[in-house]
Design a protein around this ligand. Sequence first.
Ligand code: GDP
Ligand code: GDP
Length: 465
Amino acid sequence: MSFKVAIIGRPNVGKSTLFNRLVGRKLALVDDTPGVTRDRRVHAAKLYDLAFDVIDTAGFEDAGAATLPGRMRVQTEIAIREADLIFFTIDAKSGLLPDDRTFAEIVRKSGKPVVLVANKAEAKGAQGGMLEAWELGLGEPIPVSAEHGQGLPDLRDAVVAALGEERAFGEEEDEDEEIAASEVLIGEDIADPDAEPTYDDTKPMRIAVVGRPNAGKSTLINALIGEERLLTGPEAGITRDSISVDWDWRGRRVKLFDTAGMRRKARIHEKLEVMSVQDGLRAIRFAEIVIIVLDATIPFEKQDLQIADLIIREGRAPVIAFNKWDLIDRPQELLAELREKTERLLPQARGIQAVPVSAETGRGLDKLMDAVIRTHKVWNSRVSTGKLNRWLEGILAHHPPPAVAGRRLKVKYVTQAKTRPPGFVVQCSRPDAMPQSYVRYLSNSLREAFDMPGVPIRIALRTSD
Ligand code: GDP
Ligand code: GDP
């Protein structure tokens, strides 16, 4: 089910121009699928990855009318009633006129989701009109030039924000699946599907602590949550036998996966390997951020890398704690060495935060939690379509995709389809022919350009037709 948009506004603000821009060939692929009964007044439109219908309100108005004729008001109200979303359009160049306020009042009363389109934004003096537009009480004005095709990426993002991802993409869109199927990173995504578009620090952040036996996991957990509160009143977590504790770190709510079970099982030496991997996996699936505790007196082992790799493949973000730092003689040299190793051995998520701590003395725990929170923010981060496509322009200018079998591959645009972790959809000419090396290049470049260290970044390729 796609949604319906009504473009509403007084005469001359640019409604028809915007309409043509949305249903026209430039961005839209108008297809009148036979067999589907189409209302003649409804036209298929496309705005990047959004497919929707626009209600044709042309002819609603009596040309030259200075005031709002009754017929037009009725027609407008009908269109609003039919619509799921309203593009309330103003002329930023001319600024607000009394009719703008009259229309805005009708729209506001309807209670329908609205995107406030400040058209003619490319014109001189449009800035004043933009500011004035706030007065309408319809939210943030989105600067657009329907005539020149500017501001459309931001318009696209505003639509998604106004409708919510579920409604904006409808049933036909299944970004999670496509991204999970991407060859860049394969992993089932079981993170919260209703991810917030913006970072919400009032929700508890879910953390798990993993690591080899004796690395100091329990000591660290005790130090973090305080002995006296340890595992009092455990509650059933997301799966039947996983357990979590709620606590508070300097006012930030945290849900911690209780690894007590893991510890008990680790005492049974024969089964140690198997048990810790299984419990580790459960902990990882529970968590958003996974703290990997390493004993700094013992070098990185294969198992540590495997668990980090697993965390990344599961779409979670790792933060490394180099524990027992109180036992280290030459801390600076060792830290440099360990950080270099982290970068070299875990290139899948460059920039993983790695913090020296002493669970026993409590040193470094503040820094560790700062790193956890920072990583959590990056994991939740969202980049606007406008910024992404400005970045893409630079990439295509300096490092375009290669030619395959004599034909150059084309990359058209990129949008961020999801967060937690960041996932991007790249629209291109022949997804099957795109070399993995180029996709990796895009992913690394995205990570750098938008400052997303230490978290998995997923890229799905998709063809535009
Ligand atoms: P409508 O009456 O709201 O449907 O407005 P139209 O689409 O007919 O546009 C009214 C006038 O504004 C026309 O002369 C358009 O060329 C002009 N116009 C539309 N969009 C833009 C724009 O983005 N920038 C500028 N400068 N003019 C525009
Ligand atoms: P777990 O098996 O990963 O839960 O590890 P424990 O928390 O049980 O710790 C294993 C051993 O390491 C215990 O003897 C702890 O006292 C010791 N330990 C833990 N953290 C530190 C630390 O920061 N410094 C030192 N010197 N010893 C530690």
